[in-house]
Design a protein around this ligand. Sequence first.
Ligand code: SAM
Length: 317
Amino acid sequence: MNDSNERKSLSVLSLFDGISCGRVALDRCGIPVKYYFAYEIEPNAIKISRYNYPEIHQCGDVFAEDFSKYQGINLLIGGSPCTNFSGAKCTKTAKAKKETKPNEGEGWDLFKQYVRALHESQPKYFLYENNYRISLEIQDAISDALGVKPVLIDSQLVSAQRRKRLYWTNIPVSGLPEDKGILVKDVICDDSSLIKEFDDRMRNTLIKCENYIKYDLGGKGHYSQQDRLYYLDNKAPTVPRCRTETKFNVWLGGELYKKTCPLEIERLQTLPDDYTKYGREEDGTIVEVPKTRRFEAIGNGWTVDIISWILGGIKNA
Ligand SMILES: C[S@@+](CC[C@H](N)C(=O)[O-])C[C@H]1O[C@@H](n2cnc3c(N)ncnc32)[C@H](O)[C@@H]1O
């Protein structure tokens, strides 16, 4: 790295780091990184991160740290688990709304560690992310704690996936990322073993809807969320954290459809191909990551190109 790059390179504190999508995003927007301190406790996510970025300092549990030691750091990033917000559970049902009490519960405790890190480390820039489905009350409580209002961005602008997320940041960004017009057909991989033919149960119950074809495998008229085929010329649904394998079947035309694989889900999150295929143990041993664990890690992660667009604002600041 030459002198001017050295001067411009960032020290980064990443809470709830997962598979380090934030680190990938910094690479993608061309911001050099001097140090990257990651706080994460999920072993598979840590292995994947360590395989791709062995130089990342893995620091463990957010609750166990005094972040004052990072005082004056350049950038703090993180998105705490939304599933544990009291009453919210990432849903907007009337019951959940009624039960929602900001400022308490496991989700709020996790978020409070981000706020603590913000106060203790006093970074120049920060970015906090969460699901747009958390209740308005919790959104407002987060805005009060961070001192900025969120920006709502749908990942479908930069990928083939619909994924609405809220981003709280003091990085100067304006407008929205440019719409790249990416569709399902652009992320499909070439694997004939994943191509299947309709069976009678599908054939006899198919209904064409605007965003997908649905069918009723259970035969009870439930049309389960996993019994859907997405269109090649449209967008995919939000990548979930679990049972991903059953939730992104694609209609290929006629009586053929395609089951999904981790590579396609990585592409929906604009991760590099096969980013989650391998992990590195603490002793350096390389291991293959089981498919289910890959799906979970990717579904938990960020859409890299959205984060890269936001962090890119640092270069113009
Ligand atoms: C929504 S995911 C964030 C994923 C991340 N942004 C990425 O790029 O992959 C939240 C993460 O917080 C982690 N987490 C939960 N409790 C934690 C704790 N006490 N300390 C550190 N990480 C924690 C989870 O394991 C999970 O990976």
